[in-house]
Design a protein around this ligand. Structure first.
Ligand code: ZN
Length: 69
């Protein structure tokens, strides 16, 4: 991802890829279609996924985890 891409997202916000949306048993998750930043849906808003803030052992990994690795 480029610096410009990051700058666009910082200015106008991330663009959640709704087709890639998946449920981790607690929240909906996806990534930004522009910069690929992981996103999590909290309080009806997409936010950047923060490992320290959002880490929870009850979350299940991405359903494609095995295939994408
Ligand atoms: Zn973005």
């Amino acid at each position: 991802m480029g610096v410009l891409t990051r700058q666009i997202c910082r200015t106008i916000g991330h663009r959640p890829d709704r087709r890639a949306k998946w449920y981790d048993k607690i929240n909906w998750r996806t990534h930004c279609a522009r910069c690929r930043t992981p996103l999590i849906r909290m309080l009806r808003e997409w936010q950047e996924f923060d490992t320290r803030r959002h880490l929870n052992p009850r979350r299940r990994p991405h359903p494609d985890y095995d295939r994408s690795n």
